[in-house]
Design a protein around this ligand. Sequence first.
Ligand code: DC
Length: 221
Amino acid sequence: MIVTLDGPAGSGKSSAAQGLADRLGWLHLNTGAMYRAVTLAALRRGIDLADATALAALAGSPGLEFKPGVVRIDGVDPGKDLRGAAVNEAIKAVADCPAVRGALVLRQRLLAEGIDLVTEGRDQGTVVFPAAELKVYLTASREVRARRRFAEEAARRPGITLADILAEQDRRDADDRGRQHGALRVPADAVEVDTDRLTCAGVVDTLVGLVASRRSAGGVA
Ligand code: DC
């Protein structure tokens, strides 16, 4: 069975997806980490971010290893570099590139073959797994998302303000919603879960309940 979890930055997708996968004993695929790895590898190799052919070749190359819970570049876990400022600044060019998206969509579908998977991103329910048994769209208000991110980042970015975080978030939202291919949208048949008033454990409980009812309705063991 495949459960897709889409939503904007700060909606709590990653913790929810990991928590749900842990509760079910399934695997968790973080597709944002795949776009981040292509971006980081392109920066390290000096690839021109306007060169779609080179970027797509990189995205499909065996030097980038992707498995649920695993990202390696040339055999090495990139660690916190994956979430560093250089990647954040360059990722739009990579995520906007249709040829990169094509290569990663293919890899995501191959990874999901024959397993139970919780997969999170922006286009998982709309583009990558349109026939997923359960599609969830996580939402949270602009302010709540920014406050969560501020709490996470204040310690490692001295001087950062909530207003800075809000501005960054607005830019990312516009990028994610405005891209021509794979834009962030609510899948037509998704269940929307508003996480404003839920703890992470509360979100996971809600998702576990949705999976259970979908399995009993569909007769899935
Ligand atoms: O989830 P994240 O913030 O780590 O994602 C990093 C970037 O990758 C984000 O700007 C949007 C993009 N992305 C995407 O275009 N499609 C996905 N399925 C996942 C992420």
